[in-house]
Structures are given as structure tokens and as C-alpha cells.
Design a protein around this ligand. Structure first.
Ligand SMILES: C[S@@+](CC[C@H](N)C(=O)[O-])C[C@H]1O[C@@H](n2cnc3c(N)ncnc32)[C@H](O)[C@@H]1O
Length: 320
């Protein structure tokens, strides 16, 4: 089940004319930006939301041209630009227009539903024991892990599941067994399903591999780990200007998370979003998980569209 990757070609075709002169031009012009976002089918349904997002990005790009030029020429990283963007959103009170329900609705087609379909298809094909243990890495309040438990039980694929998880900044949920960082490596429990949705790119690279590998080492012999991430640059289909691609992902990431998880940004006042970190994963990162995990694992990749920001779902299972 490898989805057609037409969206990479489509993205290249649409973005190339705008970045060939200078990317800042299209980023600074709300009208052009809105047109491109519509052509890319970025999740911008509804005029008010669409205008608000295009205007925020354009105004930020105008006011922070120097930083953006430094980012585009490789002198500074995406995380630092995202932090400037977070500050800009809160300083200018732009966060007020970001409603969680509207954002979820807006994101649902491109991000939430498309990856959810792949996840459920893979889980439905996977042989599980009657009673399983699910681990959510960066699971927040665990709503998605609970939804998957319900899906598996309702489909008759399992009888029951216990949910465990790790998330240093989560709004905790009483039905979930949250582990501390030093418990990830204790190897006391083995998990049948290890899930990490939109979390690993928020884990600083200094901890990312070690922490996730600690959990992967606890994958049960018949288990499966699913990682859902913002779309990787696809094999043999290079993306025009990776930095612009990641920047657009970063802008959407900041806006979506401020609306859906505002406390992640406001719990660190007087500084906003101190715990927010972003650095997107690629194939190399998955290879690192596999190379350093004690288990013999293999990866399968699934790309989900329709268009920007597409998602990559990675399934890790034992080689046998
Ligand atoms: C975009 S949310 C995704 C939440 C949830 N997995 C979902 O699918 O709805 C990213 C999550 O990553 C968590 N996170 C941030 N830094 C983390 C870290 N260093 N280790 C693990 N999780 C982290 C955040 O607290 C947040 O809950």
C-alpha cells in the first residue's frame, strides 16, 4: 500500500516558479501566498481562516526578512525561525483568531484523516493478541491512543488494551499510565503497539534517538510501531528547495499547535513556547532507530496526501 506520490511533483511544479527568483517575495505577499496555499491545497478552508494565516505569515516574513534570509541561506535553523514566529504571534495578539475546533476541522482532511486511514488499515491487518499494551510516545492526553484502542476493540481485533505513555509536557489523563524519562529504558513491560504521532520532530535531536530507541527496545516480538510524521522528502523525488518546504511545514506546525495545545506555549511565561522545538525527520532518522535498536526491525513507508502538508507513516516490525 504505497500511495501515489503525485503530490511531490505537484508541489515542485507549483512552488518552483515562486522560489526561482527569491522565496521571500511570495512569503511576504499575502495575496500570492494565499493563492499558492490554495493551489497546494494547504488546509485553509474558509475565507476567514485562510486570510488570517496568509496575513500572519506575510507580515512576519516582512518584519523578519533578515532572519528569513539567514534561514534560507542555511545560516540559522528552522527551530530558531519558528521561535521568532511564536513570539510574533503572541506579541501581536494574533493567537486570538486561532480557534482549536476550527483548526482541527481545517487540518482534518490533509493531515488527520489521511494518516488515520493508513494507521487503521495497517492495524486492521496486524495480528494482535486479545489483550495488548499500547505505548504512546509524545501522546499528550492520549486521545488518539484511546481512539485506536476503541477502534481495535470495536472491530473485534482485540478484547482489551492498557495504555502507557511518555510526554514531558502533557495535559495528563487519569486512564493512562504515564512513565518518567528514566523509566523508558527499564525494559519491564513489552508493548504490542508503539505509536508516535507528530511528536518526534518536537523532540530535540540530543534526546530523540535515545528516548525512542529505549521504547522500541520494548517492542514485543509480534509488535508494531507506527510513526506519523510530516512528509519526508520522498525517495528519488527530491523536493524543490527543502528549506522552503520545511519552513511552510514549520509555519503550519506553529499555528496548529498554538490553537490546539495553547498551554504548551503559555505554560512557560514570560517566555512563550520555551518547550516547543521543531526539526523534521527524514529517512536517515528512521535508519538510525533501526541501526541502534536492540531488536532486528524493518521499516515500511506510506505516504498520505492529497497535498500539502502530506504525511509519512512509518511502520516498524520485526524482520522474520
Ligand atoms: C503535536 S502534539 C501531538 C500529540 C499527540 N501525539 C497527537 O497525536 O495528538 C506533540 C506532542 O509532543 C509532545 N512533546 C514535546 N516535546 C517532547 C519530548 N521532548 N518528548 C516527548 N514528547 C514531547 C508534546 O507535549 C505534545 O503532546
Amino acid at each position: 500500500m504505497l500511495w501515489a506520490m503525485d503530490f511531490v511533483d505537484q508541489y515542485n511544479k507549483l512552488i518552483q516558479p515562486h522560489i526561482s527568483s527569491h522565496p521571500l517575495y511570495f512569503l511576504q505577499n499575502a495575496f500570492v501566498l494565499k493563492q499558492i496555499m490554495q493551489d497546494l491545497k494547504m488546509p485553509l478552508y474558509g475565507d476567514a481562516f485562510q486570510n488570517a494565516v496568509a496575513e500572519k505569515i506575510a507580515r512576519f516574513s516582512d518584519e523578519h526578512a533578515e532572519q528569513l534570509n539567514a534561514y534560507l541561506s542555511g545560516e540559522t535553523n528552522l527551530n530558531s525561525i519558528c521561535h521568532d514566529f511564536i513570539q510574533f504571534i503572541f506579541d501581536s495578539n494574533h493567537n486570538e483568531q486561532l480557534d482549536a475546533d476550527v483548526t482541527k476541522q481545517v487540518l482534518s482532511v490533509n493531515i488527520i484523516d489521511s494518516s488515520d486511514f493508513v494507521v487503521k488499515t495497517l492495524l486492521a491487518q496486524h495480528p494482535f493478541r486479545d489483550e495488548i499494551k499500547i505505548f504512546g510516545f509524545g501522546l499528550g492526553d492520549g486521545s488518539y491512543e484511546i481512539a485506536l484502542k476503541n477502534f481495535l476493540t470495536q472491530q473485534g481485533l482485540i478484547k482489551d488494551a492498557r495504555i502507557y505513555g511518555y510526554d514531558p509536557y502533557a495535559m495528563t489523563n487519569g486512564s493512562i499510565n504515564y512513565l518518567e524519562l528514566n523509566e523508558l529504558s527499564n525494559g519491564l513491560t513489552s508493548y504490542d503497539l508503539i505509536l508516535s504521532r507528530w511528536a518526534l520532530h518536537h523532540v530535540p535531536v540530543s534526546q530523540r534517538w535515545r528516548n525512542y530507541i529505549d521504547v522500541l527496545n520494548c517492542l514485543s516480538p509480534d509488535g508494531i510501531s507506527l510513526i506519523i510524521e510530516h512528509g519526508f522528502e520522498s525517495h528519488g523525488r527530491p523536493i524543490e528547495n527543502r528549506r522552503v518546504y520545511r519552513l511552510l511545514n514549520g509555519f503550519m506546525d506553529v499555528l496548529a499547535n498554538i490553537s490546539i495545545f495553547p498551554e504548551w506555549f503559555t505554560s512557560t511565561l514570560p517566555s512563550y513556547g520555551k518547550h516547543f522545538y521543531v526539526d523534521y525527520l527524514g529517512y536517515q532518522d528512521v535508519n538510525t532507530f533501526i541501526d541502534y535498536c536492540k531488536q532486528e526491525l524493518k521499516a515500511d513507508y506510506y505516504e498520505t496526501g492529497p497535498l500539502f502538508p502530506w504525511q509519512t507513516v512509518i511502520s516498524l516490525t520485526h524482520t522474520r
